[in-house]
Ligand binder design. Structure first.
Ligand code: ADP
Ligand code: ZN
Ligand code: ZN
Length: 734
């Protein structure tokens, strides 16, 4: 008999790739979690042992494993269990799920097929030798000035190039001292330290008494460590959520367990990261995609070695090799970045809850504006709802005025600023306070909107807005109906400005200059944001008071915690509401809440002005009133009507091909096959062109399964490798 192993191979297989059975040669101690080398067809590939198989007869033809790439298993049984759950839930291959759990330096090497998997970086270090002490005492042999300084530095305890440089010596001099026998040379591993560790932040709340709302939340979370229970921590910005995370982490550590803290985007959540670093110092490991592969590897190693037990990072930090997990936090749980957009298409929130079940960790989902699916889970008891209703500093939320843009047009105001907003801006600048003007870019180029009356061209059958495609077609993304081009005049008001693609930050800047000539303006547009550090530079200009008015898109909604801002003007609130997507209202509410929350964070008080063509829409009204509960109630009613989550699950199927006919035929065939097998598990929507119907030269189409058990349909129909399968998508506009 021979031993066998199940291996998830990294062979670039598409679709729900299986694992493969290999024989384990004598002398190879393969265990689950080992990174191995193996033959695959005519190639040599890498893979991870996901389990050991039953012994097989010697005459069964199995390929043998070639050997271990790394002597210790890189993935624990618990990580493999999580990979199996991801593979089953999101219908991807084990290889995809497993690769997401390896640090990128190792995964990349595994793909490239390098024989070793070392990621450490080393530096030269030096120590003075006996002959060196002798030379310092006797002056023999004679040394040049640089060498003498360097030798003295070594005598005083300098070790590395950095130490030497500080004492006026050099690495070069140390090397020649070593070659003359006056010093000895060695090397040591260096940790590449992410820049976030250089952020300093004092930590005034460390010893503060918990607020009345925080105390029971903390008690509930502490009591759940070890139970695997999940919580929704619902509280407005400034209500003390981060402090709850910090103290729950302290509690987990005191019980000898670690914590994983997910944040949506490190660059925009630098303050949260800085507070973890301030409180837990070197016990923090940072894992996010903006780190270099080397930094990331080093941080990963520190977790594996047990020197770091507070992991802070983006969604893949869930896969850190933390030995004991007592707490998992997902901050801003509503953020779309928690869903991975390539295989494995997992959602970090659901995966965190599963990891909680596997490890017993308490799982805390935090948000001011949770997704309604999360809120529904918390009100139904699947999660425990913890609420922090007020800001810690007792600052009132800004009072918001809703301006109906249709009335502005009737009053013949064609500026991007309404009368109310213009007056508020003037007053704010005159008082020496600051303002943020926000434009919602998303959705602008994608619907046909009359700039004069707000009319949006809908599909006659579905009454949802048509999507405007780059080639000028209007397409309904629910039923697939198409119109060759948008009308030239508005059917409602006769205006010709119906195909206007909207205003940009530049246009708003001109209007602000005209209204308040003395204002110092900063503009944060798309291009500026791409430049590295632009966000931080703009923030600094506002913080220092150099700029008084900042005009920007989504970027100004995040991280701009400026006490001088007393006015937030939302130039156009509703462009995103017109997107034909089941999350459009939710995303609009979330963004508006976030942007309005930028006002009045200091002592000067704050106000908001919200300009819209849809002043009666529940998402607009609830955002202006800071009323999450009413929003959620209305939104859940709308979701229920159409069977959208949480009242049904979705699977998005997409395909692409160079020829439009190929895509259409493929989509029609699959739609028919799915309909034939759908039974009561799901309904089949489409086919329709994908929202970006043409991308990178190929045509794309999509189908949607919506129902109680959409993945059950996929058990009966093989969709084939031409299709991507996205279970629980965040949007149907991919
Ligand atoms: P959130 O994460 O909900 O935005 P934070 O935890 O950042 O809220 O709290 C807002 C502010 O209040 C921070 O400056 C924080 O240091 C402070 N803070 C939080 N909890 C307390 C407390 N119990 N006592 C005093 N200050 C606190
Ligand atoms: Zn339609
Ligand atoms: Zn019109």
């Amino acid at each position: 008999m021979i031993r066998t192993a199940e291996v998830a191979v990294f062979a670039g297989l598409r679709g729900p790739a299986r694992t493969f059975t290999y024989s384990v040669p004598d002398g190879v101690d393969a265990r689950p979690g080992h990174l191995v080398r193996a033959g695959f067809g005519s190639r040599a590939v890498h893979g991870v042992v996901v389990g050991l198989g039953a012994p097989a007869d010697r005459d069964v033809k199995l390929k043998p494993l070639d050997g271990l790439v790394h002597p210790v298993p890189l993935l624990s049984e618990r990580q493999l269990a999580l990979a199996r759950w991801i593979s089953a839930t999101y219908r991807c291959g084990m290889a995809d799920a497993v690769r997401a759990m390896l640090p990128p330096a190792l995964a990349a090497r595994a793909r490239a097929g390098l024989p070793t998997a070392r990621g450490e970086r080393t530096e030269a270090i030096f120590a003075i030798a006996a002959a060196g002490h002798e030379a310092l005492r006797t002056g023999v042999p004679r040394l040049g000035a640089r060498q003498l300084v360097t030798l003295r530095a070594l005598a005083a305890g300098a070790v590395s190039g950095d130490d030497l440089a500080q004492a006026g010596g050099t690495l070069e001099a140390a090397k020649s001292l070593a070659s003359r026998g006056l010093a000895t040379r060695g090397s040591r591993g260096v940790r590449r330290i992410p820049v976030e560790f250089r952020l300093s932040e004092d930590d005034p709340a460390r010893d503060a008494t918990a607020t009345v709302a925080q105390a029971p939340a903390m008690a509930a979370i502490n009591a759940a460590i070890g139970t695997g229970r999940g919580f929704l921590l619902h509280g407005v910005t400034g209500s003390g959520k981060t402090e709850v995370y910090l103290r729950a982490t302290t509690e987990a550590l005191s019980r000898g367990q670690g914590a994983i803290v997910l944040v949506p985007e490190i660059a925009l959540t630098a303050q949260v990261v800085a507070r973890f670093v301030a409180r837990f110092g070197d016990r923090v490991a940072l894992l996010h995609s903006a780190l270099s592969a080397g930094e990331r590897y080093d941080e990963w190693r520190r977790v594996l070695d047990g020197t770091a037990d507070v992991v802070v990072g983006s969604r893949s930090a869930l896969f850190a090799p933390l030995a004991r997990v007592g707490l998992i936090v997902v901050d801003e749980e509503q953020e779309p970045t928690y869903k991975q957009e390539s295989a494995p298409r997992y959602h970090a929130v659901d995966t965190a809850l599963e990891l909680g079940r596997l490890t017993g960790a308490a799982v805390v989902l935090g948000s001011a504006t949770p997704r309604v699916v999360t809120y529904a889970a918390a009100t139904s008891g699947a999660l425990t709802l913890l609420t922090l209703p007020d800001r810690v500093m007792d600052l009132p939320l800004p009072k918001t005025t809703v301006v109906d843009l249709r009335l502005e047009l009737k009053a013949n105001n064609r500026s991007t600023l309404s009368g109310v907003l213009r007056a508020a801006l003037k007053k704010t600048v005159a008082k020496g306070e600051q303002a943020i003007l926000y434009l919602n870019r998303r959705g602008f180029a994608t619907v046909v909107l009359c700039r004069d009356c707000g009319y949006v061209v809908p599909c006659a059958a579905c009454e949802i807005p048509f999507a405007l495609h780059a080639d000028g077609r209007l397409v309904c993304h629910r039923c697939g109906q198409q119109v060759p081009r948008a009308p030239a005049v508005c059917p409602q008001c006769g205006s010709r400005r119906i195909r206007h693609l909207g205003v940009g930050t530049q246009r708003v800047e001109e209007d602000v200059r005209a209204a308040v000539p003395e204002a110092r303006i900063a503009r944060l547009d798309r291009d500026a944001v791409k430049a590295k550090g632009a966000h931080a530079a703009m923030y600094e200009r506002m913080r220092s008071g150099e700029a008084q008015v900042i005009i920007g898109t989504q970027m100004v909604a995040k991280g701009f915690d400026l006490p001088g801002v007393s006015l937030v003007g939302i130039v156009n609130a509703d462009t995103q509401l017109n997107l034909p997507d089941f999350t459009a209202a939710e995303r609009t509410f979330e963004l508006l809440t976030q942007v309005l929350g930028r006002s009045g964070r200091g002592t000067v008080g704050g106000q908001g002005v919200l300009q819209t063509y849809l002043p009666e829409h529940y998402a607009i009204r609830a955002a202006a009133a800071h009323d999450y509960a009413t929003f959620a109630e209305q939104e859940l009613m709308a979701r229920k009507r159409f069977g959208y989550p949480p009242f049904g699950r979705l699977v998005l199927l997409q395909t692409a091909a160079a020829k439009e006919v190929t895509v259409e035929r493929r989509a029609t065939e699959l739609a028919a096959a799915l309909r034939a097998e759908a039974r009561d598990d799901a309904e089949v929507l489409g086919p329709a062109p994908a929202f970006a119907a043409k991308r990178a030269g190929s045509y794309r189409a999509q189908l949607v399964l919506r129902g109680d058990h959409p993945t059950a349909v996929l058990d009966r129909v093989d969709v084939g490798a031409e299709w991507t399968v996205d279970v629980d998508p965040m949007t149907l506009l991919g």
